[in-house]
Ligand binder design. Structure first.
Ligand code: BGC
Length: 706
């Protein structure tokens, strides 16, 4: 308990004082608890997804874990409040590391207030599959952007004396078949794509826990894969925390323990009695059990959970709302704005039609274990207390109300969009038609296609035919196709915008906030342009991962499936589109503003030195620009596509010019050499490009490395 000693030393001292049983107690959970009706709930359990009892005689506290990807889950059952932040993908669209830190600090603060000391979140699975049900919990398709945002999010969480977590390690990039699927990918591609996102998140955030995923990787389950866990995560990344399994993602005792798994969750099928036996018969060395327990202890000391236990209080909803709204305002991406139809005029009179997606009552949220409970219950079904698995939940931040407040002279009318005729009639008589469309996504299932569900494409087409000033507001889990894009005036992507969403949307529509978000993922025109035109293993019969399987057997998980990611390999997202010469609907990095920015004076002497350039706000409004730097490596690298190597979010007043200097992340300038197991800078010519988006590069130069 000497807080002056380093965490490592305290962990070691505590370990030495522990019995074998006490060590074992720290390396598994106590069962499904509140997650499964009727299951026993251990004393001291705080109502979250997991619980590990502490050791009072040594002052080792209980670990109370809560799912908290986009805010804290399961608050309703205890009548607690939790702020719903914008989706993590929305956070990535801010390209703002400070917003990410703020995001994590909201989660950390509220976890403490609710009595938790560990967060499960920090999802950084790369978007190889744009129809993945959990993309809203992750940070997009680029390893540098995703890793930077999630790393800063974890810093924010852990700034509250909470154990932070990064997940789902690794390559759990689709939900279909997630418990059985074998993901194939060569080591170089792994290191430069999916694992690089984790590496960067870990370097920045130093999470004290990492959750291994359900899937297999090149044959072995992720929670018993010694390459990804032992060689890469613990050795190469220098990860000092503990690895916990996803819920029932542990498949063995000896193999998993030797491969680097430190904690089984939620129960003790493999790391309880079986682990004791394995230690006693020598198949798992005692030193390995010590290492497992010591890592858990280290995380408890290093986080501050031992010295600064959480103090329960009422969560401050006002602070949470303010923070969530700020992040939402930075996250909204203006995809299209024909003839500057946006921003709308606050003196607008006549009729503004608001159509669809329950915009009269709220904004959509994502489902699964990332679901946050809405204050007052689901805004579209108040009969429910807590969120129900498998049902979309709306949060009570109604765009309609805020649009009414912004435009006091207009007659703002709402139509549900359920009936095409009624919607078109309203749109036809309106001066402006704002159509809200949604794509509800959840853990446990992928979207079968990029198309908007529930015939919403037809709704947009009909409204656009009836009204030339049609503005589409998207609330989606990830990329969707938009066959109607050429026929609407403006398009805003708001992701799942969180509890401040309604007001953030109105602020952007009316120009009180200048949109500044940029896409963290490519929006394809159609499924056929993706590396996999169909989600691998997804069929009518195997529409999910088995969690939603019904007793009558209507849907079940594929017994075995393989997804060969070597097909895209290194070419994730925009890199695929560039090398395949496919034109996306909206490119990675794209996002418009109500002002304009001019780029000039590019300077770069060497691929390992800073890239400098100037940006000027040449328009009439203040705005933030996210300036992006891409590099294309020498031909010898065999990677003939540009990669994002750095960026900066710059705030500029009208007319203001700023010099920007960006030093590329060295890993992004290198290739991973499997033979020497290290990153290498290739000699040769590097092409450096700077601009507003991956398809809007304004400046370029070539620099050589001898
Ligand atoms: C999810 C994890 C989650 C866990 C506990 C699993 O189904 O994949 O992300 O943390 O459940 O709720």
């Amino acid at each position: 308990m000497d807080s002056a000693l380093p965490a490592e030393q305290r962990a070691h001292l505590a370990l030495q004082a522990m019995t074998l049983d006490e060590k074992l107690q720290l390396v598994h959970g106590t069962g499904w608890g509140v997650l499964r009706d009727g299951d026993p709930v251990a004393p001291g359990h705080n109502g979250g997804a997991g619980f590990v009892p502490g050791i009072p005689r040594l002052h080792i506290p209980d670990i109370n874990l809560a799912d908290s990807a986009v805010g804290i889950r399961m608050a309703a059952r205890e009548s607690r409040y939790a702020t719903l932040l914008p989706s993590a993908l929305g956070l990535a669209a801010t390209w703002d590391p400070d917003a990410a830190y703020l995001y994590g600090s909201v989660i950390g603060r509220e976890l403490r207030d609710q009595g938790y000391n560990m967060s499960i979140g920090g999802g950084v699975n790369l978007m190889r599959e744009p129809r993945n049900g959990r993309n809203f919990e992750y940070a997009g398709e680029d390893p540098l952007l995703a890793g930077t945002e999630v790393g800063n999010l974890i810093r924010g969480v852990q700034s509250n004396q909470i154990i932070g977590d990064v997940k789902h390690y690794a390559l759990n990039d689709q939900e279909t078949g997630r418990n059985t699927i074998n993901v194939l990918l060569n080591q170089r591609a792994m290191r430069e794509t999916d694992l690089l996102a984790f590496q960067i998140a870990i370097e920045i955030g130093h999470p004290l826990a990492a959750m291994c995923s359900y899937n297999r990787i090149n044959g072995d389950y992720a929670c018993e894969n010694s390459y990804t866990l032992k060689d890469v995560l613990k050795h190469d990344f220098g990860f000092k925390g503990f690895v916990l399994s996803d819920w029932e993602g542990t498949h063995s005792t000896t193999k998993a323990a030797l491969a680097g798994l430190d904690m089984e969750q939620p129960g003790s099928d493999f790391f309880g009695k079986s682990l004791l036996q394995a230690v006693e018969n020598g198949s798992v060395p005692r030193s390995r059990l010590d290492d497992m327990a010591e890592r858990v202890l280290y995380s408890l000391f290093a986080s501050g959970a031992v010295d600064h236990p959480p103090v329960r209080r009422v969560v401050n909803p006002f602070l949470g709302l303010k923070d969530a709204q700020h992040i939402a305002e930075e996250s909204v991406v203006l995809l299209q704005n024909e003839k500057q139809v946006l921003p709308l005029n606050k003196n607008q009179n006549g009729i503004i039609a608001i159509i669809g997606s329950h915009a009269d009552v709220g904004v959509l949220s994502g489902g699964g274990s990332a679901q946050v409970d809405a204050p007052g219950g689901n805004a579209i079904d108040a009969s429910e207390g807590a969120a129900v698995w498998g049902k979309p939940v709306y949060f009570p931040s109604a765009p309609l109300q805020f649009v009414c407040e912004k435009a006091p002279h207009a007659n703002v009318l709402f139509d549900s969009g359920d009936n095409l005729q009624a919607a078109t009639t309203l749109a036809a008589k309106a001066d402006i038609a704002i159509v809200f469309v949604h794509q509800w996504m959840t853990e446990g299932q992928d979207a079968a296609s990029l198309s908007l569900p529930e015939k919403q494409d037809a709704l947009v087409e009909a409204v656009a035919t009836a009204n030339k000033k049609t503005i589409v507001v998207l609330e989606t889990g990830g990329p969707v196709s938009m066959p109607w894009a050429p026929r609407v005036a403006a398009i805003l992507e708001t992701w799942y915008p969180g509890i401040g969403g309604g007001e953030a949307i109105a602020n952007i529509l009316f120009g009180d906030v200048n949109p500044s978000g940029k896409l963290p993922a490519t929006f394809a025109r159609q499924d056929a342009d993706l590396p996999y035109p169909h989600v691998p293993a997804l069929t009518e019969a195997t529409g999910n991962n088995g969690m939603n399987a019904h007793a009558d057997g209507t849907k079940s998980e594929p017994e075995s499936a393989t997804v060969d990611y070597n097909l895209q390999g290194l070419k994730v997202g925009y890199k695929w589109f560039q090398t395949e010469h496919k034109q996306p609907l909206f490119a990675f990095g794209h996002g418009l503003s109500y002002t304009n920015f001019a780029y000039s004076a590019l300077q770069c002497d060497s691929p390992s030195k800073a890239v400098t350039f100037q940006i000027q706000n040449t328009g009439q409004r203040s705005g933030d620009e996210i300036a992006q730097v891409y590099a294309t490596l020498p031909a010898s690298s065999g990677e003939p596509f540009r990669r994002l190597v750095g960026w900066k979010r710059v705030a500029l007043a009208p007319g203001e010019t700023r010099m920007v200097s960006i030093t590329p992340n060295p890993a992004l300038m290198s290739v991973f050499d499997v033979k020497s197991d290290s990153w290498k800078l290739e000699p040769g010519m590097y092409r450096i490009e700077v601009g507003a988006a991956s398809d809007d590069l304004k400046l370029q130069t070539t620099v050589g490395l001898p």
